[in-house]
Design a protein around this ligand. Sequence first.
Ligand code: SF4
Length: 307
Amino acid sequence: MVNLLLAEPRGFCAGVCRAVMIVKDALQKYGAPVYVRHEIVHNRHVIQELEEMGAIFINELNEADISRPLIFSAHGVSVAVERQAQEKGFSVIIDATCPLVDKVHRQIRKYAANKMNIVVIGKAEHPEIIGTVGQLNDISKVQIIKSVEDVDTLPFPIDEPIGFVTQTTLSVDETQEISMALRQRYPQLSSFKNDDICFATTNRQAAVKKIAEQSEVVIVVGSKNSSNSRQLREVALKAGAKSAYLIDDVSELPWEVLDTAENIGISAGASAPEHLVAELVGTLNLRYDNIKIHHVIIAKENVKFKD
Ligand code: SF4
């Protein structure tokens, strides 16, 4: 018998649902094409579907026709990009930034207004961090770090006011270690919350941990450029799965590993649509005679963001 352990929650989070809906609504309201700066969410299948409907994904604003609507992705954008879009005179500008990323933007602006030194925990090249740091005109008091070791390299004096924000999709455990190291070096941070990792990232990591403890192999559905999907694979490995794979869809399934497994864990990143998971379960069902499905539920998510 092959046991399939399905992590719950998995897949689309409230911020991704909202962002994808914003693009679909814009296509319906304004017709095609609509321009989206950066991939609306990091998933190949979502992007492909929206492209087929008439969305055009761009990296720079000068790739777009200003007479058409422009949408900012769920990861958020810098103030400079917002300003540039206004100055160029786009007919319609729609912001699909996740409200939880917006919250981090407000926080970093507040630190800057209070003239504090600011530590940003995250990956400097990720669009969310570029947008977060880009909330400030002056970044001379900002340092981006991504490891416990980086804490020792921070140039900020201990007696100056300091605050920190984090990327929303990091590893919960690793980020806690970094924030603890920060608190040790800067004791005045002790009253700060641990991180800005969102509920969706936290829940998906907790659920994948649970299935990984009972699985030889864990399959995470998601794209390679999705930060939260990559984290799920890492978390699964750390939690005890012998192997873990991040796949865009069933065409990438590692059959040589699956064929010898009795317990297969399944999850999906916050940007991966559920139909890909259904297709995965259906494919495994066809291949193996005796499959038993177990739903491993660690939380129910009822969060919905308004447009
Ligand atoms: S992963 Fe979290 S921060 Fe990112 S879009 Fe989803 S809810 Fe928002």
